[in-house]
Write a protein that binds this ligand. Sequence first.
Ligand code: PEP
Ligand code: MG
Length: 591
Amino acid sequence: MSNTTPGQTILKGISGSPGICIGKAYLVEKEGVNIIERYPVSDAMVQGEIDRFKNAVSKAKKDHAKIIEALDDDLSENLNILEAHMILFKDKMLYGKTIDTISRDKINAEWALRKVSRQVKLMFQQVDDQYLQARVNDIVQVSDKIMSYLIGARDINIADINKRVILVAHDLSPADASQIQLERIKGFVTDRGGRDSHTAIVAKSLKIPSVFGLGRATIDINNDDILIIDGSSGTIIVNPDEETLFKYEERMARFAAYQADLERESHLPAVTRDQVPLTLMANIELVEEVVAAKDNGAIGIGLFRTEFLYLDLKRYPTEEELLQKYKELAELMTPEPVTIRTLDINGDKFNPYIDPVEEANPALGLRAVRFCLENRHIFITQIKAILRAAAFGNIKLLIPMISCVEEIIQVREILNLAVEELKAESKIFNKDIPLGIMIEVPSAVMMAEELAGHVDFFSIGTNDLIQYSMAIDRRNRRVAHLYQALNPAVLKMIKITCDAAQKNGIEVVMCGEMAGDPINIPVLMGLGLRNLSMNSASIPVIKKLIRNLDMEENQKIVDKALEFSTVEEITEYVRTAYKDILPYREIEETA
Ligand code: PEP
Ligand code: MG
C-alpha cells in the first residue's frame, strides 16, 4: 500500500521489529546464494552493461553445451530439458527484454535480468496451461546460470556490507538476517515476509527496526533514497519532507530515551502490584545472545533455537561441535535453566545441504521432529550432545512440532538409545533432565491431556500455533491480517493447553512471539500463564507492564474479554482497559 504527498511517499507494511531509524536506502537482492545490487548506469555505460550481459550469456551457453556433450545416452530425458534450456538462453523474452531493460531503465545487467526473469515467471504462472507453468523452472534455472556468470567475481556477502544504510531486499532468509552486522546496518525492509517469520524474530533480537511485506519496496525505492523506518507501526517514508524528518528525529530521540529508561529497570523482578510473580526468560538463536538476555533481565533461556549452527556450517555439525556450544551456553547461564530445542529445520529454514528435497508446502512437510525421526543419526547426535552438556548446567530438552502421542513415544526411545550409546562410550552425561514438547500444532492442543502424561513440560509456540490454527503461512504478507494472536480460537487453544498442564501437574511456558507483545500479557496471565519466554529485547517493556498490573483486577477484565467472539472486540476491550499502562503510547501519540 502506498500514499504519496508532494515530495514524499508513505509505504505501509508489516511491523517486523520496533524502533525508528533514518538513513539511505541500499538495494540488494538475494537470489540463491548471491546478493544482487541495483545501481544506475550512465548513458555512456549502457552499452558496456549490455556487453557484460551478452558475455555472461555466451559463457553460460558454452558451459551448458559442455554439460550436454558429456551427458550419458541413458539420461536422454535430461537431454531434452537441457536442450530446451539451450534455446531459452537466447529467447526473446529473457535475452531481448533484459537488453531492452538495461537501456530503457539505465540499470545494471544483474538487476535488469532479475526484473525480467521475475516478470516472465509471473506471466507463465498466470497462464492456465500445465506445460507452460512447468517452464517456469526452466526459466529460473537459465536465468540463475546467467546470473552466476554476471555476478562472478563481484559476489558479495551480506555480512560484508559495510555501510550505515537501510537494506532494501525482496526477501531475506533468517540465516541472512542473522549475519547482518548490527553496527553497520541501520534497518531493513523487504517485499516479502509476514509477522513472526524467523527473519522478524532475528531482527527483533538484533534491535534493528524493520518492516516486511511491503510487496514492491524494491521497485518503489531507489538506491540512496532517504528512508524513515518506523518499525513499530510498519511504516516507511521515502524521501520525507523537512517537517516529517524533524518530527521523526524527535520521535527517534524519545524512543531511545524510553528504551534506556526501560533497560535501567530491567533487573527489577517481574511481579504484579498484588505480588504475583512471573518468570521471564529469553529466546535466543546464538550463544552470543546470552549477554543481551542477561542484560535485559532474563531468568534463564526459555528457548534456544538450534538451527543456525546447522545452517551456517552448511553440513551437519559433529557431536563434539554441538557439545562445545551447548556446554558453553549451559555454563554461561548456570544455575538458570537453558531450554535446548532440537532441530526445527524445513519450515522456513532450509538448507539444501541438509535436505535437498523441495516441498510444495514446507510448513506442512517433513519439518522439525518429523525430519529428525526420519534421520535418526542426526537426531541422536544432537541428543547425545545435549545430554553431555547437561552435566555442566541446568538443561531442559524441548522437542518441536509434536503432533501426536506416537511421536513423543518414538522420541523417548531415541533418548534411551542415546543414553545407552553414551554409557557404552563411557562419556560423562546427565540423563535426568526435563523433557518437554512444543505445543504448536492444533492436534497437540486437542491431545494435551494425553501428551501431558508423557512429558515434564509444555512450551506453547504461538508463532506456529497461530499459523496452523488459522491456516495461514506465517511468511505470507497477503494473509498477515489473519495472523491474530488474540483471535478467540487461539485463546481457546492456549486455555486448553494451560488447563491440561495444570491438571497433570506439569509446567507450561509460552515461547512464541505472542508472549513478547505487551497487549497480550494481561490476557495470557488471565489464561493462567506464569512463565513467558520471549525475544530478550522485549523483556524490559513486559516487566514494566507486569509491575503495573493488579492480578485480581486483571482476572476480571480477562474473563470478560474472553466472552467476546471477535478479535476486534477482544483487542479493543483490552486496549481500553489498559490504556494507561500499555507502552509506546507516548510515542505513538505524536505519530
Ligand atoms: C513458535 O512456533 O511459536 C516458536 C517459538 O517456534 P519457531 O518460531 O521457531 O517456529
Ligand atoms: Mg514453531
